[in-house]
Write a protein that binds this ligand. Structure first.
Ligand code: GLN
Length: 475
């Protein structure tokens, strides 16, 4: 049994294909571990292995799915009490695609409410613990997916990234996380946070697993008009060096002033990875992203603005829970929303509604959109000289539970290095670069739109050279 858990997902697929292991045994091994979860990583676990489907690409290796993906007949609550008990009548496209490819649903994973957060402490169903140190957060908002994979409760998982919610928990849990190009994966059936930013992506033990899972997620979906056909197949990476690649280190995120907020252990791991990249043949130099320092401000206007519109549908009538007042309809709406939403969601609805209100729209929302365009232009300019822009994924390693909950602005700083990419719509990958004081550190590479294959190749070469060992978290 424990031998099964030690296989990466891609290794499990190979062993299943060779009929050396059995799909229902593998499912059951993970199902038992997920059901015995002590990290609060799961909000729902499948009760039995599904009927095996013959001749599929993923051969029955099960996947854990962030709660906000709609799954037919299975609780889909987006980490919110307002959706308590909601079982959708349909399944999100990416989950359906994975099931069709032979990756059945293992369970639904805990998350920050409506994906708003960086620590998983905003979940209506309690915080998730980090398997590397249970007194610390796993990151967020896909914290349940990250903790589940890191702890070996699931072979792999999917999450969503709006401003960092795949990459940052991947970094804090010692995993690989990919935020694809905007539009690469269908958003149909993903309970929306900020529709112009949200993207689904994999959280996995290694880069090969990330490529394999992503290859079955991408593609145009007639149900999502913002989805596009990926221009080429996602292939399994094999690169062992970085010859001919140029890495740009953005002055505005890592220079003396901005970089001062980065923990020394994270900085040291980042520098060591840059040195390793040079040994592997990459050229490393400073690049400029002049508007990157404004990315957080723009993000924390645009994301709440879109959220305030998206969350208007939760009114006690159509989905989930209702506070049944004996008075008028409007009172029922407001009492349901007051009881159902947590404090961070309310904060964002208020911020977003204000930013969109007449008289303030141009000053706040309109200005943020202009900054967003500037950030996209900065990246385009940087990619003339560099193949990838590289940063630490998170300024710090996993922090103690409760240590940032009283200070929303300190919490938002988690996203310092991860929000520029979704604002620009470009893909980025986080991979473990080592440990600092016994906790995982993430290294991020971002590339132009649809450069996923090249990002995965570069990350594969780095991963090989780094030799990160995540087995301690599964013990
Ligand atoms: N931490 C960011 C936020 O709270 C990003 C969340 C996300 O990517 N879903 O909005």
């Amino acid at each position: 049994m424990s031998e099964l858990i030690e296989l990466s997902a891609a290794q499990a697929v190979a062993r299943l294909r060779a009929r050396e292991i059995d799909a229902s045994e593998l499912f059951e091994a993970y199902r038992e571990r997920a059901a015995a979860d002590e990290l609060n990583a799961f909000t729902w676990v499948a009760s039995a292995a599904p009927e095996p489907v013959a001749d599929t690409a993923l051969c029955g290796v099960p996947v854990a799915v962030k709660d906000l993906f709609c799954t037919e007949g299975v609780p889909s609550q987006a980490g919110s009490r307002i959706l308590e008990g909601y079982r959708p009548p349909y399944t999100a496209t990416v989950v359906a695609r994975l099931a069709a490819a032979g990756a059945p649903l293992l369970g639904k994973t805990n998350q920050d409410e409506f994906a708003m957060g960086s620590s998983n402490e905003n979940s209506g169903f309690g915080p998730v613990l980090n398997p590397w140190d249970r007194s610390r957060v796993p990151g967020g908002s896909s914290g349940g997916s990250a903790a589940a994979v890191a702890a070996g409760l699931a072979p792999w998982a999917i999450g969503t990234d709006t401003g960092g919610s795949i990459r940052q928990p991947a970094a804090l849990c010692g995993l690989v996380g990919v935020k694809p190009t905007y539009g690469a994966c269908s958003r149909y059936g993903m309970i929306a946070f900020a529709s112009s930013l949200d993207q689904a992506g994999p959280l996995t033990r290694d880069v090969t697993d990330a490529a394999l899972l992503l290859s079955h997620m991408v593609g145009h979906d007639p149900m999502d008009s913002t989805s596009v056909a990926f221009p080429e197949p996602i292939t399994l990476p094999s690169a062992e060096d970085l010859r001919g690649l140029r890495f740009g280190v953005p002055e505005e995120l890592l220079g003396d002033q901005a970089g001062a907020g980065i923990e020394p252990g994270v900085r040291a791991s980042f520098e060591a990875t840059l040195a390793l990249a040079e040994e592997l043949g990459a050229e490393v130099d400073t690049c400029r992203l002049p508007h990157a320092p404004h990315a957080l401000s723009a993000y924390y206007l645009i994301a709440p603005a879109e959220a305030s519109a998206n969350l208007a549908r939760f009114d006690g009538v159509r989905y989930g829970s209702r506070v049944a007042g004996d008075r008028d309809l409007e009172t029922m709406y407001s009492e349901t929303r007051a009881a159902g939403f947590g404090p961070e969601v309310k904060r964002r609805i208020m911020l977003g509604t204000y930013a969109l209100s007449s008289g303030y729209y141009d000053a706040f929302y309109g200005t943020a959109l202009k900054v967003r365009t500037k950030i996209a232009e900065d990246f385009r300019e940087a990619f003339r000289r560099f193949d990838f822009v590289v940063t630490p994924t998170s300024p710090w390693t996993a922090f103690p539970l409760g240590s940032k909950t009283d200070d929303p602005l300190a919490m938002y700083l988690n996203d310092f290095c991860t929000v520029p990419m979704p604002l620009a719509g470009i893909p980025a990958i986080s991979l473990p670069s080592g440990l600092a004081d016994g906790l995982p550190v993430g290294f991020q590479l971002a590339g132009p739109a649809f450069s996923e294959n090249r990002l995965l190749e570069a990350a594969h070469a780095l991963e090989r050279a780094i030799g990160f060992d995540g087995s301690r978290a599964r013990a």
